[in-house]
Design a binder for this molecule. Structure first.
Ligand code: DQA
Length: 147
């Protein structure tokens, strides 16, 4: 039987995790987060594709690729959550189980972060748990695949 395949996409500025606003995002780098996600995937027999881009168009392409290749999609769209109709349209076009993920809790922050264009197009949202949210999202995504 083919392995369950999960794509985990990261949007702009998340490559700076570790040094970026540590009071909000902590000191764990994206590479360290990816390592723990890959360890989780190995333990659970899941094939994990982990990506980051600073470009809106590339993020949309990555969503399209997930639709063709994955059994579930997790996305931290970062600032594009709050600005991108293209993100909403791309996620709406994908029929996979989808989870929106944020390290911080945007609802406790500036008003412009309270609205997410991703939220109406996903199955569920995980936010406010820092890097642990990535593992929570993987666990939830695997559950949604029914594997
Ligand atoms: C973020 C929250 C967004 O509001 C922000 O623009 C980010 C990161 C998070 O993971 O907490 O870049 O998605």
């Amino acid at each position: 039987m083919a392995k369950t395949n999960i794509h985990l996409l990261n949007g702009p500025n998340l490559n700076l995790l570790g040094s970026r606003e540590p009071k909000i995002y902590g000191t764990t780098s994206l590479e360290e987060i990816e390592n723990s996600c890959q360890q989780w995937a190995a333990r659970n027999g899941v094939a994990l594709t982990f990506r980051q881009t600073n470009s809106e168009g590339t993020l949309i392409e990555h969503i399209h690729m997930a639709d063709a290749q994955a059994n579930a999609l997790i996305i931290n769209p970062a600032a594009y959550s709050h600005s991108s109709v293209a993100l909403f349209d791309a996620l709406s076009a994908v029929s996979l189980p989808k989870i929106e993920l944020h390290l911080s809790n945007p609802h406790t922050r500036e008003a412009f972060r309270h609205r997410s264009y991703a939220s109406p197009a996903v199955n569920g949202i995980i936010c406010g748990f820092g890097p642990d949210g990535y593992i929570l999202a993987l666990t939830a995504a695997l559950g949604l695949t029914g594997a």
